[in-house]
Write a protein that binds this ligand. Structure first.
Ligand code: PLP
Length: 368
């Protein structure tokens, strides 16, 4: 176990034993002014976007895509070029890629495919779970498997939780909200075992912020593995709504049966932005470095004020408020900072997005 991990586990267990914990509010969005006020601009530290995006190259490409007046045409050539670039980046073929208006839409498609036959689906707790309501609407039953004490996916337990009717397992790597990663060998062993019987969906929304290697190449030999990725995070195009699946060609074909027009949810403007950014390695490198610096600063500062943090491999930090004496969300609201909600143990844990260093300084000042 790494030393910093050991320290936070110890701090947290001592603190949990010592005090009771009062429930917190579950969300912290500063109230919007009643009248539309154009100067109202909170600091967004809630939904893990890239504060430096879109890249200059994406801005130029998107402006051009609009300016040359081609938005009156469907213009499939933009998506064609983008899919080719994505395939190259992931070491797979053109036919292994499916575009969607955000990876959320791809996840919805996977859920529909999995729910062809009713049954159970498995995910970690906590993890990114906005999509589970879709599965439940389709009469699928949830099996939630707690994370390990280090806040990582418990892959052996997830494998054990499989039932004869399990239709899908979701693994978020790195995990949202905890920022932890799976061990690659363990993940591959898990994928190989689980996909013998069910679909495994690996969500790599934040992988570019980590040192993890994608598992996308494995789809070439594995029809039950689907990897989902997004341009919303390090690529800085959250509002552009663009993400994609990497899967076996047969699986892409199956996913396509759940939408009238494959790849058509993506506008030419977003496709132009994504194409420019995926080629812009400098932008991605720069965002990685800036994020790392601001994250390190924030973790150091939080731990100085007795807020233990889980080591993060992403652009957000998961931390415990067990020792925090003030009203954390009131402090944020008073300083026009959008945080997010609470998780686990009566709401003892929360998450903060890593913004710019200036934003993180304001965040630290606000909660001190
Ligand atoms: N997957 C994870 C783990 C996320 O955290 C998010 C958004 O926060 C998404 C998927 C959805 O991203 P998109 O904007 O591509 O729909």
């Amino acid at each position: 176990m790494q030393t910093n991990r050991r320290i936070w586990l110890k701090q947290i267990s001592l603190a949990s034993a010592a005090v009771g914990f009062s429930s917190l509010k579950t969300f912290s969005f500063p109230a919007k002014p009643a009248v539309d006020d154009p100067s109202y601009e909170p600091i967004h530290l809630s939904t893990n976007e890239n504060p430096y995006g879109p890249s200059a190259s994406a801005r130029a490409a998107m402006t051009e895509a609009q300016n040359i007046n081609r938005s009156n045409r469907y213009n499939w050539s933009n998506t064609t070029n983008l899919i080719a670039a994505i395939a190259k980046k992931n070491n797979v073929t053109y036919d292994n890629i499916l575009l969607g208006a955000g990876s959320t839409l791809i996840i919805d498609l996977v859920v529909q495919l999995a729910a062809q036959k009713k049954g159970t689906f498995i995910l970690a707790d906590p993890t990114f779970n906005n999509w589970t309501k879709v599965a439940e609407q389709l009469e699928m039953k949830k099996i939630a498997v707690p994370l390990t004490s280090e806040k990582r996916h418990n892959l052996p337990a997830m494998l054990n939780a499989m039932q004869p009717d399990t239709r899908m397992i979701y693994v978020c790597n790195p995990n949202n909200p905890t920022g932890t990663v799976c061990n690659r060998d363990e993940l591959i062993t898990f994928i190989n075992a689980a996909t013998k019987k069910t679909i495994v969906l690996v969500d790599e929304a934040y992988i570019e912020y980590s040192d993890q290697q994608s598992v996308s190449e494995l789809v070439l030999e594995n029809k039950n593995l689907i990897v989902v990725k997004t341009f919303s995070k390090i690529y800085g195009l959250a509002g552009g709504r663009i993400g994609y699946a990497v899967a076996h060609t047969d699986t892409i074909h199956q996913l396509n049966q759940y939408q009238a027009m494959p790849d058509a949810g993506v506008s030419i403007v977003s496709a132009a932005g994504a194409l420019a950014t995926i080629k812009d390695e400098n932008f991605v490198k720069e965002c990685f470095a800036l994020n790392e610096k601001a994250r390190k600063y924030t973790i150091e500062q939080l731990e100085r004020i007795d807020i233990p943090c889980v080591p993060s491999h992403t652009n957000f930090i998961y931390f415990s408020l067990i020792n925090y004496k003030k009203d954390f969300f009131a402090q944020l609201q008073n300083n026009l900072i959008q945080g997010t909600r609470v998780w686990e143990e009566n709401g003892m844990w929360s998450r903060i997005t890593v913004g710019t260093i200036e934003e993180m300084q304001k965040f630290i000042t606000a909660i001190k």
